[in-house]
Design a protein around this ligand. Structure first.
Ligand code: UDP
Length: 243
């Protein structure tokens, strides 16, 4: 395992990385692609080697979303609980992929399921970080009608994180869809209010408002680029900062 650097030259001491279920999905369009999972885990380990504390919030959209299920006639609350359980599947997969790379990871769930992982208890989570473990936070907020983006903002505030790194499939926020418009332009920076007013849909409104109220910057970057997380943590590569 690479020796962690001191982290003294880094701007951040503790950050939260939000990984959507989509980040683990690969080309199949559903579930967990082991190759993609291992690549994401390798990137996280590389970032952790920079010497900062990492909290990872994992989504579940690659498996189940309550809102989509509700449009198909499923009860929304049941669908949301199923979505939260989907985040546990992803988090367990990510936790073991990190451990397989020699990194110690602690999976903590907002919904207690003590024979599978630890319940999220803030004091214990802080102690894990102090002991050098990576934190994989699953189960969303534990409540229906929320998303894991809101969970990311909530946990970042609760855990005293310096920034939220929102992993997406593109390297920031664009003025139009870069997959459809080759002339689409990436924003270097946006304010929280720009994002809310223009309804840019990078994260849901509750997440943006929570980050704004707690003055936590959000850096949107691409998880598809190998080494992309370590790069943006060091202020390199392209991204969009919302602050
Ligand atoms: N969810 C929820 N409460 C939460 C977090 C998540 O009910 O606090 C449910 C919701 O149904 C959501 C699903 O879990 O659609 C998966 O989370 P999300 O859509 O945020 O996953 P991502 O888009 O990040 O993969």
């Amino acid at each position: 395992m690479a020796q962690p650097r001191t982290g003294r030259s880094l701007r951040y001491r503790r950050v939260l990385v939000k990984l959507s279920g989509e980040a683990l999905m690969g080309k199949n369009g559903y579930g967990i692609d082991v190759e993609v999972l291992n690549q994401v885990a390798a990137d996280i380990c590389e970032a952790a080697d920079l010497g900062l504390e990492l909290c990872l919030v994992v989504g579940g959209g690659n498996i189940y979303r309550g809102l989509a299920a509700a449009t198909d006639g499923m009860d929304r609350v049941s669908g949301d609980y199923m979505g939260m359980l989907a985040t546990v599947l992803n988090g367990l997969a990510l936790g073991q992929a990190l451990e397989a790379r020699g990194r110690s990871a602690r999976v903590m769930s907002a919904i207690p399921m003590i024979s599978i992982c630890e319940p999220f208890i803030r004091a214990r989570a802080l102690a894990h970080l102090a002991d050098g473990h990576l934190l994989v936070l699953v189960g969303g907020t534990g409540n229906p009608f929320f998303t894991t983006d809101t969970t990311a903002a909530l946990r970042a505030a609760e855990m005293g994180c310096d920034a939220i790194f929102k992993a997406t499939q593109v390297d920031g926020v664009y003025d139009s869809d870069p997959a459809k418009n080759p002339k689409a332009r990436r924003y270097d920076a946006l304010s929280y209010d720009d994002v809310l007013r223009q309804d840019l849909r990078i994260m849901d409104g509750a997440a943006i408002a929570l980050a704004r109220d707690n003055r936590i910057p959000i850096i949107v970057f691409s998880i598809k680029e190998k080494g992309g997380l370590a790069a943006v943590l060091q202020g390199k590569g392209s991204s969009t900062t919302i602050s």
